[in-house]
Design a protein around this ligand. Structure first.
Ligand code: ADP
Length: 170
C-alpha cells in the first residue's frame, strides 16, 4: 500500500532561531515529506527580531534542505495548519517543564481541531538552549556562538548594540 504523503508544520517564535531548533528541523524532515517552519507573528514579549527578519534568517539556513520551507503566520496555529492542509504539528521537547506545557497545548489543539502533534526530543547538547536564554546571555556579553548559527550570532550582537541592550562588563 502506498504510504500517505505527510505534511507537517513546525510553529514557533524563533526569536532567534537556535541550533536546537535547527536540529528539530533536520530530524523532523526525516519523518515527513514536507515541513513548513511557521514563524508566529503574534506579539511576543520584547522581540529582538521582527517576524520578517526571523523568516529571512531561517530561510537562509534551510535553503539547501529539500522539503523544508519557511513562512510567517498570524492566525491560530490550528487555523494555519488547516489552511496549509498540514497533517501534523511538529514540536520539540527539552525538559519536563516543556512536557507539561506542550502536553496541554497538544491536547488543546487535538480537542479543537483534531490535529496530532509529534514531538522530537532535543539532542542532549541543546537540552538547555532556549531563545530567551540566548537573548539574555548575549545581552550580558556571554558567548553563545556555539548555540546559534554564525550569521544569527552576528545579527544578534548587532541588534543588541543598535538597541542599546548590550551590557558588557568588559
Ligand atoms: P514557542 O514560543 O512557540 O515555544 P519557540 O521558538 O520557543 O516557540 O520554540 C518552538 C518549538 O521548538 C517548541 O516546541 C520548543 O519546545 C522547541 N525547541 C526550542 N528549542 C529547542 C531545543 N533546544 N531542543 C528541542 N526543541 C526545542
Amino acid at each position: 500500500m502506498a504510504r500517505k504523503y505527510v505534511r507537517a508544520i513546525f510553529p514557533g517564535s524563533f526569536d532567534p532561531i537556535t541550533n536546537g531548533h535547527l536540529d528539530v528541523i533536520q530530524r523532523g524532515i526525516n519523518l515527513f515529506d514536507e515541513l513548513i517552519v511557521a514563524v508566529g507573528r503574534s506579539p511576543i514579549k520584547n522581540p529582538l527580531f521582527t517576524p520578517d527578519e526571523r523568516v529571512e534568517m531561517i530561510r537562509e539556513l534551510v535553503k539547501d534542505i529539500p522539503g523544508v520551507t519557511v513562512e510567517g503566520f498570524e492566525c491560530l496555529t490550528v487555523e494555519y495548519a488547516a489552511q496549509k492542509k498540514a497533517d501534523v504539528i511538529l514540536r520539540g521537547l527539552r525538559s519536563l517543564t516543556d512536557v507539561q506545557y506542550e502536553f496541554q497545548l497538544a491536547m488543546t489543539n487535538r480537542a479543537v481541531a483534531g490535529i496530532e502533534t509529534i514531538f522530537v526530543m532535543t539532542s542532549a547538547q541543546y537540552g538547555f538552549t532556549t531563545s530567551t536564554m540566548i537573548r539574555e546571555v548575549a545581552a550580558l556579553g556571554g558567548d553563545v556562538s556555539n548555540l546559534i548559527p554564525k550569521n544569527v550570532y552576528e545579527r544578534l550582537r548587532r541588534r543588541l548594540k543598535e538597541t542599546g541592550r548590550l551590557n558588557e562588563s568588559k
